[in-house]
Each structure stands twice: as structure tokens, then as C-alpha cells.
Design a binder for this molecule. Sequence first.
Ligand SMILES: [Zn+2]
Length: 233
Amino acid sequence: MHSELEQLLILQDRQQKIRQIQAEIETVPLRRKNLEAQLAASESAVDTLKQKARQIEVDRKKLELDVGTRTEGISRFKTQQYQTRKNDEFQALGHEIERYENEIRKIEDDELELMVEADKVKADLSAEEKKASGVKESIARQTADLDEKSKALQSRLEELTKERAELSSKIDEDLLGLFERLFKSKGDAAVVAIEHGVCTGCHMKVTSATAASVRAGKEIVSCENCGRILYDQ
Ligand SMILES: [Zn+2]
């Protein structure tokens, strides 16, 4: 094989690795964001339940106060009943007392419901907190892994970039220019094998003259269809 072709193939291998690593590095911020979002969602689930528990407590206290005011009202009415000598007033007070007592029963039912709900929320919260602590640990571990991986990719990229610069400096400028243009425009490879007279870049048959000069390996030959540089396997 043409010695420059060998160098180009090595260069191409490094460039392909560089491209792969760069693509991987580009996914890092999104993966990091993803981890942060998972953590935030887990924390928010705990917060929501904590808030729910606080609200239930507030509602419960309010119901307690409501019962308190009605209880006071009842004892006030009873005192008034004791003091009055008018029958209709006595009865009216009796109705009020009855009304308050009914209201108290209803409020106490609501209180009971809230207490049941409070127990449920408490259990949910404890489960969610346990889950969140697991998530936090896992996210911390994954973030550390990602940091480590990101660092490793970065240093591998630096190595490859250095290697590429060294390789490039040994290749003829015009040939290097052609290679770079092809590598950029083709997206996959600038230098490809010829197999059974077919360019493996564009999968088209090359002319027998082209195939022959590739086999001879004395000069750089391009595929007449796609322009990629050809080599014989
Ligand atoms: Zn081709």
C-alpha cells in the first residue's frame, strides 16, 4: 500500500475516534440535567407530601376551634336557658343548642376523616422519604460516574488531538487538504476500501482502470463517483 495511504488510514481512525468522543462529550450536559431533574422530582414529591401533612394539621386545628366556639356557645345558651323565664325563649335556645350539637357532630366526623388522612399521608411521606434517600444516593453516584467519565473522555480527546496533529504534520499538505474536505463532507470516511471493484464508500463499481491503479498502489486514487480516496485491501 502507498505509504501515505497508510498514514491517512491511521489519521482517519483517530479522526473517527475524535468525532465519536466529541459526540459522547456533547451528551454529558443533557445527562447531567436529566439526573438533576430526577433528583428535583424526588425532592418535590417529598415536599408535596410534607405540605399536605401541614395543611391537614392546619385544617384539623381549625375544626378544633370550630368545636370550641360551639361548645362555648352551648354553655352560654344553657346559662341563658337557666336564666330565662319565658317559655318560647327557652325553646328557641334549645333549638340553638341542638343546632350547635349537630354541627359539632358533623365537625367531629370531619376531624376523624382528617385524622385518617393524616395517618395515610404520614405513611406515604415516610415511604417517599425513604425512596428519596435512595434516589439521592443513586443520583450522587451517577453524577460522580458521569464526572469521571467526562474527565476521561476529555483527556482521551486531548491525546487523540495531539496524535492527530503529529500525524497531520507528516502528510503532504494538498493530500491532507483533500482528506480533510472529504472527511468533513462525507460524514463517515474519506479513505475507503475497494472490494471486488466496488467502492465501499458509495457502493458503486469503479472503472477497471481505476481499480488497476488502486491495486498498483503507486499513487493516490479517488473514486470517480464519490471522490473518496481508495485503497486496496
Ligand atoms: Zn465511491
